[in-house]
Design a protein around this ligand. Structure first.
Ligand code: AMP
Length: 275
């Protein structure tokens, strides 16, 4: 199960926003009625709804006394902001890393025992004799809802890991539960470091030959057309004009005002390049 081992190891209160929401849905509360549609389709419930639940839950005596493990929250930039405005600062953030296709397989095979709350998997963790008949499936553990949940996850992940980068560790979730639990434990105890510190992740630079192939196949037709148009509209100094335009429209242009540095493009340099 998610987080149960950690909760035992450190004597924390497990707050799973998914569990909280499913409880509201089961009990038919106004909040549950509002949330159900979003959940079944694989979407996120609105930040205001879920944030109110979490804030309320964190005031309970047991949470205040023992500390908490938030499971499935924050999931958006808005939720991160709400936590920070409420001055709730986690000591550690764990990102359990599981490839998308394995997530789909885990969720579509997942079955719940409504009597004990136990979680099974039809292949990897089949239920004991006599239990199978009463197992139920989560209404959002369908392939369609899963693919939406995964897409939403990828859209939001960066905002969360960036905000918590100094306290977040990415942990391989495709291992025996015991191995995962041990790594999470070591991380929380401080014997393993965070792994997300430093510059936020970005796309790797393409290899030079990939970049050249892209220039030749994709950009060249536009460059040729552009140069022809430029020679027509600015026949006297087309390249100088182009250089000015590129400096002006450079997306990496610093926001400070350094117009003094950019104004004079040396006409001789431009002409040399053309040669
Ligand atoms: P989970 O059990 O964590 O997979 O959550 C099940 C569903 O509850 C999600 O697909 C969302 O619809 C909703 N949910 C749970 N946690 C959040 C959250 N932090 N923000 C928005 N929706 C959530």
């Amino acid at each position: 199960g998610r987080g149960e081992g950690i909760v035992e190891d450190f004597g924390l209160v497990h707050i799973s926003t998914g569990d909280e929401l499913r409880m509201h849905v089961r009990q038919g509360t106004p909040l549950g009625l509002q949330a159900k549609g979003y959940m079944d389709s694989g979407g996120l419930v609105p930040d205001s709804l879920i944030t109110a639940i979490v804030k309320e839950r964190m005031l309970h005596q047991d949470v205040v006394e023992k500390g908490w493990l938030l499971d499935g929250f924050p999931r958006t930039a808005g939720q991160v902001q709400a936590l920070s405005e409420a001055e709730v600062h986690p000591d550690r953030v764990v990102l359990l890393d599981v490839p998308d296709e394995i997530l789909v397989e885990r969720c579509t095979g997942r079955r719940l025992d409504p009597v004990t709350g136990a979680i099974y998997h039809i292949v990897h963790n089949p239920p004991p004799e006599g239990v199978a008949d009463r197992l139920v499936q989560r209404s959002d553990d369908t392939a369609e809802a899963m693919s939406k949940r995964i897409a939403t996850y990828h859209e939001n992940l960066g905002a969360i890991t960036t905000y918590y980068q100094t306290k977040c560790r990415r942990i391989n979730g495709v291992r025996a539960p015991k191995a995962i639990r041990e790594e999470v434990k070591a991380f929380i105890e401080g014997s393993l470091p965070p792994t997300m510190s430093g510059v936020p992740p970005r796309r790797a630079m393409p290899k030079p030959e990939e970049a050249m192939a892209f220039v030749e196949t994709t950009m060249m037709p536009f460059i040729v057309k552009g140069c022809a148009a430029l020679c027509k509209t600015k026949p006297d100094k087309p390249l100088e004009y182009l250089a000015h335009w590129m400096i002006e429209n450079n997306p990496n242009k610093p926001l400070v005002d350094n117009t003094a540095d950019q104004a004079p493009v040396n006409k001789n340099d431009v002409n040399e390049e053309r040669a």
